[in-house]
Write a protein that binds this ligand. Structure first.
Ligand code: NAD
Length: 481
């Protein structure tokens, strides 16, 4: 098959004004950490980007103390309207510096620039605008009379949407009147540190947001800190489980946003052209590093061959390579560890008897890459049908009746999202009603909006982020007082 060749169209990194090393952002200033610093690299080239401070327990203490002081002395004294003004200011600064943030995100995370530019960063601004609007309307959120802030929120986020996950955490926390200590993932700290510069530019009072960098032990010290009132975590189910255990009985309010293994169900009356695009977007967006990715395709048996053939054709046109190139569809895998995990689970899928197909594409010499891959005839008991691969790997299963589709879709320890493709509205509603998933998309996939709550069932976690529901996680009302 031949198709048009594209000339390289790399986005320039000249817009970035990076420092050689970054400290911890505590009490409004960058300060050195007491742990051993680490380097953040570009997963596309393995080249060093900057040296990053590592927060130990002493630094965690200092960050939590700064957040507590700011809560008591400034933030809790401001009116909702005034808190809202800061959030609006942050949102506008994110928009002003959007190109720079997109380049930093693609450099540090490996995601294609067209995604960081057109999805991540616009959504970051949208999240701050949305919650800015709520800051002076908490009494009208339907959460009970006179809702009050919790105090200091400890927030730990993953590497797949670094700045967007930061926005999902910080925007509702501040709107509700809390102060924050946030820890970004160790492989993607860069955009959070640029965000700290934006907070300085916005003249947010010192200590209201503190950003500390480090690995799992830093995260652990933060969530276990006794002076924290609220813990919000997004990441793996195993770490989420450990956090749930360690915070149990402590009185800390907890929300967990964990993994997923979403079913994307395609009925034979679906608009096939749109469904093919939706399946591709569902699992190959952000290299499949998406907790709500449509990683299990459930396709009605009589259209199975047509759908799989057309998927293969479509995947053969995706361009894998330099994340900063505006033509790139599939960027780099975020880290060597994640690449190893994707390879291991894919090898297991093959050994378990599924048919493996991989798009032909040139793999760059350096960096971490995995070509788009489909496993067909996957059995429900296979590990690639049950475990989160968190990479560009789609498992295909088939079904005959809606009841079988529903049973297979729900046959998972997770319950974060699902997709339904059909021409019939009534069928979509009837099936959606029986799926055990927090978010269900109909004839689309991976759509996010700050007004829409997001969260899971079962091992996908608990609590909701986004919308009015997202505020509830950061407030106490008459009942909780
Ligand atoms: P992880 O859960 O290990 O890390 C997520 C965040 O938690 C990071 O900031 C990390 O430093 C921190 N952390 C690690 N151990 C901690 C602890 N004991 N206490 C407190 N914080 C801790 O996830 P990962 O290593 O980034 O990825 C592993 C797997 O997690 C992936 O393969 C994928 O299956 C899943 N994942 C899910 C999401 C999601 O959005 N649901 C995001 C990233 C990864």
């Amino acid at each position: 098959m031949s198709f048009l060749e594209y000339a390289p169209a790399p986005e320039s990194t000249a817009i970035l004004n990076l420092k050689d090393s970054y400290g911890l952002f505590i009490n409004g200033d960058f300060v050195p950490g007491h742990g051993t610093p680490f380097e953040t690299i570009s997963p596309a080239t393995e080249k060093r980007i900057a040296t990053i401070a590592n927060a130990n327990e002493k630094d965690v203490d200092a960050a939590v103390a700064a957040a507590r002081r700011a809560y008591e002395k400034t933030w809790s004294k401001l009116s909702g309207a005034d808190r809202g003004k800061y959030l609006f200011r942050i949102a506008r600064l994110v928009q002003e510096r959007a190109r720079e943030l997109a380049v930093a995100e693609s450099l540090d995370n490996g995601k294609p620039i067209k995604e960081s530019r057109d999805v991540d960063i616009p959504l970051v601004a949208a999240w701050f605008f949305y919650y800015a609007g709520w800051a002076d309307k908490l009494d009208y959120a339907g959460l009970g009379a006179a809702p009050r802030a919790l105090g200091v929120a400890a927030q730990v986020i993953p590497w797949n949407f670094p700045l967007l996950m930061l926005a999902w955490k910080i925007a509702p926390a501040l709107a509700a009147g809390n102060t924050v200590v946030l820890k970004p993932a160790e492989t993607t700290p860069l955009s959070a540190l640029l965000f700290a510069e934006i907070l300085q530019q916005a003249e947010l009072p010192a200590g209201v947001v503190n950003i500390i960098t480090g690995a799992g032990d830093t995260g652990q010290a933060l969530v276990q800190h006794p002076d924290v009132n609220k813990v919000a975590f997004t990441g793996s189910t195993s770490v989420g489980r450990a956090i749930a255990k360690s915070t149990a009985g402590s009185g800390k309010k907890l929300t967990l946003e964990l993994g997923g293994k979403a079913a994307n169900i395609v009925f034979d009356d679906a608009p096939i052209d749109q469904a093919i695009e939706g399946i591709v977007n569902g699992i190959f967006f952000n290299q499949g590093h998406v907790c709500c990715a449509g990683s299990r395709l459930l396709v009605q048996e009589n259209i199975h061959d047509e759908v799989v053939d057309r998927l293969k054709q479509r995947l053969s046109t995706l361009r894998l390579g330099d994340p900063l190139d505006k033509n790139t569809d599939i960027g780099a895998i975020n880290s060597r560890e994640q690449l190893d995990r994707i390879r291991e689970l894919s090898d297991i899928g093959e050994a378990e008897g599924a048919e493996r197909w991989t798009a032909e594409c040139a793999i760059p010499e350096n960096g971490f890459w995995f070509a788009p891959t489909i496993f067909d005839n996957v059995s429900t008991s296979s590990r690639i049908a049950r475990e989160e691969v968190f990479g560009p790997v789609l498992s295909v299963l088939s079904f005959r009746t809606p009841a079988e589709a529903i049973a297979k879709a729900n046959n998972t320890p997770y319950g974060l999202s699902a997709g339904i493709w059909s021409d019939k509205g009534s069928k979509i509603l009837a099936v959606a009603d029986q799926l055990k998933a927090g978010v269900i998309w109909a004839n689309t996939f991976n759509r996010f909006d700050p007004a829409s709550p997001f969260g899971g069932y079962k091992e996908s976690g608990y609590g909701r982020e986004g919308g009015r529901h997202g505020l509830a996680a950061y407030l106490k009302t008459g009942i909780d007082a």
